[in-house]
Design a protein around this ligand. Structure first.
Ligand SMILES: Nc1ncnc2c1ncn2[C@@H]1O[C@H](COP(=O)(O)OP(=O)(O)OP(=O)(O)O)[C@@H](O)[C@H]1O
Ligand SMILES: [Mg+2]
Length: 246
């Protein structure tokens, strides 16, 4: 089961990195509204659902009304991450078996709701491309400040491309270990061909020990520099003070 570090350790550098992504998304809202956001990647298992869940929590922490929709109708995992049931969900709404209020679940985090997948359908792409899906999202986007939709990898199936047609932006997740540049390029081309707006790329599973880049060290160094700055400023002030007394 994926961990939500933004809940477990909100002061960690990773949670801080999610807040930085949140800020970037908020800034990208200047020209056009970015409230329906999709995550995808070129391959499976790169961390799309993990990134999406953490980001959604980070936005809900800002007192925004947030909904996660599990749009991965092939391998739904969002319900597991939040310890919820997958008995009812998006597919029940699309099949008009139940309405939204009967399917949506509280996540346990204030202002964050979850719409699980529901039964896995035999025809996921068809369901996602249906007019019902389009209409559902048009209605539901008025009820939330942000909607995050999880999707399968775009390099493998077309579903993410279909959902991106209803979204305001896509976050592209790349697993740093063993990323295949050709696959990434192909996935990017697919997204651009369907006019998806790529909001940014999240480099996931980045091993800072292997890379030599140490996040803690970075802050430590920053802090030391600013301390030095303060000491030097004090010295300067003293000097200036002495001058003025002479
Ligand atoms: N930054 C990370 N560091 C370590 N493990 C991670 C990280 N991000 C995700 N994982 C782990 O990698 C696995 C895959 O993550 P996740 O389910 O989020 O990927 P996914 O891209 O949604 O997969 P799928 O393509 O199957 O939907 C999970 O076990 C998750 O806990
Ligand atoms: Mg997933």
């Amino acid at each position: 089961m994926s961990r939500i570090i933004s809940i477990e350790d909100s002061k960690s550098p990773i949670a801080e990195a999610y807040r930085e992504i949140r800020t970037n998304i908020e800034f990208s809202n200047i020209d056009s509204e970015k409230k329906v956001i999709l995550t995808t990647s070129s391959r499976a298992n790169e961390g799309k659902s993990t990134v999406l869940s953490n980001l959604a929590v980070t936005f809900a922490n800002l007192d925004k009304k947030v909904l996660i929709i599990d749009g991965d109708l092939r391998n739904p995992t969002i319900h597991k991450t939040f310890g919820l049931s997958n008995i009812y969900g998006l597919t029940d709404i699309l099949l008009e078996k139940l309405n939204f209020m009967e399917c949506v679940q509280p996540s346990g985090i204030t202002d964050l709701h979850i719409l699980a997948c529901g039964d896995i359908p035999p025809n996921p792409s068809e369901m996602l491309a249906s007019n019902k899906m389009k209409t559902f999202l048009e209605i539901i986007r008025e009820r939330y400040d942000y909607i995050f939709i999880d999707a399968p990898p775009i390099g493998v199936v077309t579903d993410a491309g279909i959902i991106s047609g209803y979204s305001d932006g896509v976050i592209f997740v790349v697993e740093s270990n063993g990323a295949d540049i050709e696959q990434i390029k192909m996935a990017k081309e697919r997204l651009l061909n369907i006019n998806a707006k790529i909001l940014g790329v999240v480099l996931n599973k980045f091993d800072n020990k292997k890379s030599g880049y140490d996040y803690y060290n970075y802050y430590y160094q920053q802090d030391e520099t600013s301390k030095k700055g303060r000491k030097e400023r004090k010295k300067d002030k003293k000097k200036a003070g002495r001058k003025s007394w002479r």
